[in-house]
Design a protein around this ligand. Structure first.
Ligand code: SF4
Length: 379
């Protein structure tokens, strides 16, 4: 039941009758952020995750890993967008051999993503990656022991990455569809494999391509383990639909206090994944970075071209890392209030005229065509 914080007493003194009304006010409104689940702390290169450490944004390259120049270029773009850990596919030996050259040229931890080949995993560790993403059940026992032995020496964590599309056949049985429960079983089975070998430096992910299974699987798993969880909806789709799907799933889990790292998987430039990841964390108040634009959808009352102004300002401020709220509002109806709360505000006050506000105070009234120039000055 919702916890009640305040008992508000309203007196209504009518002519003859004195009425006393009690109103219960829910604490902090109807929806509150749950306390973050305390998971074990895991170190990936210089970045720590879990515990009270910030929720970290990850992405993955889509270049040929063996093409060092192109891969480094993409990672640099991801770093600039705010990516904090980068994963890289290692499909063959040529790619594995490129890892140390890539690592030398980048500033964020590098995670090698390996399927099926234990030898590639061993090579990736030797090349100096900061973390491995594998499914331990895919490897022969002897090889797994060797991976674990070296990962322990090099203090490299392992992410067990369960995907609904590649679940073990015996767990699926005669069922056609993979359930959240099956995914959790698979994750715990893989965790046990590593724990039996004395390896606990773990992160787990449980991804399905739809919101409901993903959320259910993570919620179930979170009750059963303290290992940090990497959140994501796998194969979420193209930029628009994938961002919405990921925002709902990741947002819902984060609101419940679940999740230590996130990736928004998109069939798009991975830089867009990072941008979407930041927007999710920023909108939940979990992290701060760069510009937060508050802009109205416009309506018949709009006095200025809010749609294009918001786009131009977003472009103009995309490289700013300092947290800053900018309001772009079409008229005074909600404009003055939003402008007052923002660091910088632009509010339409008359046809093609706007007020410029800074730190809640009106600075000046200017013509629409001067807004961008004036805005840049203030910025
Ligand atoms: S702020 Fe004004 S112009 Fe913008 S949507 Fe609201 S009423 Fe319409």
């Amino acid at each position: 039941m919702q916890k009640l914080k305040k008992l508000r007493i309203i007196y209504s003194e009518g002519d003859e009758n004195f009425v006393l009304i009690f109103v219960f006010v829910p604490q902090g409104g109807a929806q509150r952020m749950a306390k973050r689940k305390k998971t074990k702390i895991v170190k990936i290169g210089k970045v720590k995750i879990g515990g009270n450490y910030p929720i970290i944004i990850q992405s993955m390259t889509n270049t040929d890993t063996f093409n060092v120049k192109k891969t480094v270029k993409q990672i640099k773009e991801l770093e600039k967008a705010g990516c904090e850990i980068v994963r890289i596919g290692v499909p063959d030996l040529k790619s594995a051999k490129a890892l140390s050259k890539i690592k030398k040229q980048i500033n964020i931890p590098l995670v090698a993503d390996i399927h099926f080949s234990a030898d590639l995993a061993l090579e990736a560790i030797n090349q100096g990656v900061d973390k491995l993403r594998i499914n331990p059940g895919n490897f022969p026992k002897g090889k797994l022991k060797e991976i674990v032995r070296i990962a322990k020496i090099k203090k490299i964590p392992i992410r067990i990455g369960i995907n609904s599309g590649s679940l073990e056949k015996d767990l699926l049985g005669r069922h056609k569809r993979v359930t959240a429960e099956m995914m959790v079983k698979s994750a715990l089975r893989n965790v046990r494999l590593l724990e039996k070998l004395g390896f606990r430096n773990l992160v787990i992910s449980l991804k399905a391509p739809d919101v409901l299974r993903t959320v259910k699987a993570y919620k179930l798993l979170s009750r059963k383990t303290n290992h940090p969880l990497h959140l994501g909806v796998t194969e979420a789709g193209a930029e628009f639909s994938g961002t919405i799907k990921s925002s709902i799933a990741l947002g819902s889990l984060l609101l419940d206090g679940i999740g230590d790292t996130i990736r928004v998987s998109l069939s798009a430039d991975p830089v867009e994944e990072v941008r979407a990841g930041w927007e999710i964390l920023k909108s939940l108040g979990l992290r701060e970075r760069g510009i937060k634009i508050v802009s109205c959808p416009t309506c018949a009352r709009s006095q200025i071209d809010v749609i294009n102004l918001a786009k131009d300002i977003e472009k103009e401020t995309s490289q700013i890392k300092k947290p800053l709220t900018i309001a772009v509002m079409g008229c005074v109806v909600n404009g003055l209030g939003e402008g007052r709360e923002a660091d910088l505000g632009i509010v339409g006050v008359a046809k093609k005229m706007a007020l410029i506000m800074k730190n809640g105070k009106i600075q000046k009234k200017i013509k629409e065509k001067e807004i961008l120039k004036e805005f840049k000055k203030l910025l």
